[in-house]
Design a protein around this ligand. Structure first.
Ligand code: CA
Ligand code: CA
Ligand code: CA
Ligand code: CA
Length: 480
């Protein structure tokens, strides 16, 4: 048992007189009222009961932070029982705030909307907290149009579960809704967004209207969107497991590792959704990496990365599994919807994309001005409904691809399909690979318009393909 110092005893007496709850945090060594502790430059407020409101409640703590910009932290006392919110709790302060849940549960069943909203444009860190059952968003961070700089939202060891809106929404777009693919107003603030989701679990959110995701980040106006996910699972959400939507100037930068994206997207049969969906528009690129991660059994694509307008798509993959999705396992598209130039450059290592229904295993597609460079080493892409691996480059620009240690079997089209259209060269090598038992050909390489075609196969087992070994107008050089 902790010894109480005279100082803390007097604090307890003071707290008792002032009506503060008598639940002291472990480190209660201050003469301030118990629900309020200051260190040198940080004031903390303690949540000491599970009431909806009133002194010591979570709502009260947020109200204190709204009124006092020197409050930097809200800490739940250990063993606070589930807090049943009777309305939304809104943090409107402009100071950076940390909410340390100490494993508490915020239940939004009776909140009448989102559980927790932050709309002051401040950075927010939430850790060790469960947010569940809200009829709106679990956590919604709405960025004011006047925001500038970089706003950081960090979630550490949170569980976001069974909220009817997005599980987590970070929104910097005036109107993020799309009607038939058109967005009425995607303007946003000048601020950039940095969102980090660490060791967290996002599940079962979004079952209300179409397009409600596990984690959804909308960035509009100037500024970039940076997204980090580590040791996180997003599963069984109604629309996308994770969706990043970046508009206006600015990049999407991702750093994703040990992330599991499972069975998302089943809610709207007219528009099923993906595991992990990135849409980038206007000037800017998609850049980054995804490692030791999986996107499995989602109702549309496993990974659906779309870069539009000016800018490149440059995302590398390592140890990624994308099996059993209802469209492509992995789908990279550069300027597929809106042209503007830019390249698609990717290095993929140790990829598994098997048994995707309704489309191919691994599809890499560059359109408009710009070239494609795809180097893939160690890949299984078998039993998919279209080709195992499809690499396609359109309009101006060249296609350059090396595929090493591939296994593409029993796909319902080609095993591997290289397709270069219009001006530009096709240069492809497949080595130490098996492309066998596919419905069409083992390898197809086709080069159209101006330019030359080169295909090296060193060596590749092309037995048992129904269509034959190779096809297309590029005659392969075969090293047995
Ligand atoms: Ca912005
Ligand atoms: Ca952009
Ligand atoms: Ca582009
Ligand atoms: Ca091109």
């Amino acid at each position: 048992m902790k010894r109480l110092t005279l100082l803390s005893l007097s604090a307890l007496a003071l707290a008792a007189c002032s009506g503060s709850p008598l639940v002291a945090p472990d480190n209660a060594l201050s003469s301030e009222p118990l629900a309020r502790r200051s260190s040198k430059d940080r004031i903390s407020i303690y949540v000491t009961n599970w009431d909806d409101d009133g002194h010591g409640s979570f709502r009260w703590a947020i109200e204190q932070a709204n009124a006092d910009p020197t409050i930097a932290e809200i800490v739940f006392t250990k063993n606070v029982q589930p807090v049943n919110l009777e309305s939304t709790v809104t943090f409107s302060g402009t100071q950076a705030l940390t909410i340390d849940g100490q494993d508490a549960i915020i239940d939004g069943t009776d909140a009448g909307g989102s559980a927790l909203v932050a709309d002051g444009g401040a950075s927010l860190k939430i850790k060790d907290l469960t947010v569940q059952n809200a009829p709106g968003e679990g956590i919604a961070v709405e960025i004011p149009l006047t925001a500038t700089g970089t706003i950081k939202v960090t979630l550490e060891r949170v569980t976001i579960m069974d909220n009817a809106g997005h599980g987590v929404l970070v929104n910097d777009q005036v109107d993020p809704e799309t009607v038939d693919g058109v967005q009425p107003n995607a303007a946003g603030s000048a601020a950039s967004l940095e969102v980090e989701v660490i060791e967290s679990h996002i599940l079962g959110n979004g079952y209300s209207v179409s397009d409600r995701d596990g984690v959804r980040v909308n960035e509009g106006g100037a500024g970039s969107l940076s997204f980090v996910s580590r040791e996180t699972t997003s599963e069984d959400n109604a629309a996308d497991g994770i969706e990043l939507d970046e508009r206006g100037d600015g990049n999407v930068v991702i750093d994703v590792s040990d992330t599991h994206i499972l069975r998302n997207g089943k809610f709207d049969p007219l528009d099923f959704d993906d595991g992990f969906d990135i849409d980038e528009y206007d000037a800017g690129s998609i850049i980054g990496s995804l490692v030791r991660s999986e996107a499995i059994d989602n109702y549309e694509e496993g990974l659906d990365f779309n870069e539009n307008n000016a800018g490149d798509l440059r995302v590398d993959l390592s140890e990624v599994t994308a099996n059993g999705n209802d469209e492509e396992g992995i789908d990279y598209e550069e300027d597929d919807d809106f042209a503007g130039g830019g390249d698609l450059v990717t290095k993929m290592v140790d990829i598994i994309a098997n048994g995707n229904r309704g489309d191919g295993g691994l599809k890499i597609r560059e359109k408009g001005l710009g070239s494609l460079v795809a180097n893939v080493s160690g890949v299984q892409a078998s039993g998919n409904t279209v080709s195992g691996i499809a690499v396609r480059e359109d309009d101006l620009g060249s296609l350059s691809s090396t595929i090493i240690n591939a296994e593409t079997r029993a796909n319902a089209a080609h095993g591997i399909d290289f397709d270069e259209n219009s001006d530009g060269d096709l240069t492809a090598t497949v080595s130490n690979s098996v492309s066998s038992g596919n419905t069409l050909f083992g390898v197809r390489a086709d080069e159209a318009g101006a330019g030359s075609g080169t295909l090296h196969l060193i060596p590749v087992d092309l037995t048992g393909n129904t269509g034959g070994t190779t096809t297309g107008n590029v005659v392969p050089t075969i090293t047995p």
